[in-house]
Design a protein around this ligand. Structure first.
Ligand code: NAD
Length: 269
């Protein structure tokens, strides 16, 4: 099966969150050795991910390796250690992310803007750079998937930093795909749209309701409906639908794809 991950070493950032956890389960079920990373403060989330991976595949090898993706030196030392102790990750899911504040651009906090860019863009850059260096050193190819967002494709109202950061992830993905193709390393992105259930969906609906705009009402139930009516398929995506697409891109099933951005949005743009 081209989607088998037997013999592959997967690294997932944001592995204590909703999408990271679901992707970890799919990778473990497909036979990969799975390294999950997140902030030290996300220990409970990482423990839950370990538990559900082992339920999905009792033989799964799941390692926790927390670090902050914005800390370049920690990323370098962590990827070095992972590569020498466990093996060089050859299926990397750069998924850690932060939505930032919700506000019209005239009211955005510049410090929050920088924080969002640091986590969502510099974090992805750090991982792509360090993981690709290790793959090149090991003389093996691999596949990298970066999590962008439909906010980076169409621009989400009240989400200037987040939308800009996710557009940057798409641009970074396209450049990395070109630069790393000679080394046999494929780099693609996924852009989820409205994905529910999950912490990010709940936070987004609540904060859009609290932020005055012409686009959304001020109560959560109406905002949910307003979001769903933007989707031609008239429903949000599921975490499993995101994970299936990520597994496809990480596996050899997508062996001729690099530099693409898969939109997982039920037809929304
Ligand atoms: P989530 O909040 O459940 O998970 C995000 C994870 O990233 C958290 O566990 C968090 O601790 C971790 N993280 C944040 N800052 C970090 C840092 N500096 N270093 C390491 N880890 C850090 O959200 P999710 O829904 O699982 O989102 C995962 C990714 O998908 C994000 O990049 C997000 O922007 C993107 N996304 C989500 C949706 C959605 O609707 N859920 C839609 C589009 C894109």
């Amino acid at each position: 099966m081209a989607t088998s991950m037997i013999g592959r070493i997967a690294l997932i950032t944001g592995g204590g969150g909703d999408i990271g956890r679901t992707v970890a389960v799919h990778l473990a079920a497909a036979g990969a050795q799975v390294i999950i990373s997140d902030l030290e403060s996300a220990k409970d989330g990482l423990d839950l991910t370990t538990e559900v991976c082992q339920q999905a595949n009792p033989d799964a090898q799941v390692h926790q390796f927390p670090f902050d993706v914005t800390d370049t030196q920690r990323v370098i030392s962590s990827i070095n250690t992972i590569s020498s102790v466990i093996g060089t990750p050859d299926a990397i899911f750069n998924n850690a992310g932060y939505q930032g504040q919700f506000a019209p651009i005239s009211d955005c906090d510049p410090q929050d803007f920088k924080r969002v860019m640091d986590i969502n863009v510099v974090g992805v850059f750090n991982l792509v750079q360090q993981c690709s260096r290790e793959l090149i050193r090991a003389g093996i190819g691999g596949s990298i998937v970066n999590t962008a967002s439909m906010a980076g494709v169409g621009g989400g109202p009240n989400m200037a930093a987040y939308s800009a950061s996710k557009s940057a992830v798409i641009g970074l993905t396209k450049v990395a795909a070109k630069d790393l193709a000679p080394a046999g390393i494929r780099v693609n992105a996924v852009s989820p749209g409205f994905i529910g259930t999950g912490a990010m969906w709940d936070r987004q609906v609540k904060l859009q309701a609290e932020t005055p705009s012409q686009y959304y009402a001020d109560d959560i139930e109406t905002v949910e409906q307003q979001m769903l009516t933007q989707i031609p398929m008239r429903r949000g995506g599921t975490l499993d639908e995101v994970a299936t697409a990520v597994l496809f891109l990480l596996s050899d099933a997508s062996s001729y794809m690099t530099g693409s951005n898969l939109e997982l949005a039920g037809g929304a743009s």
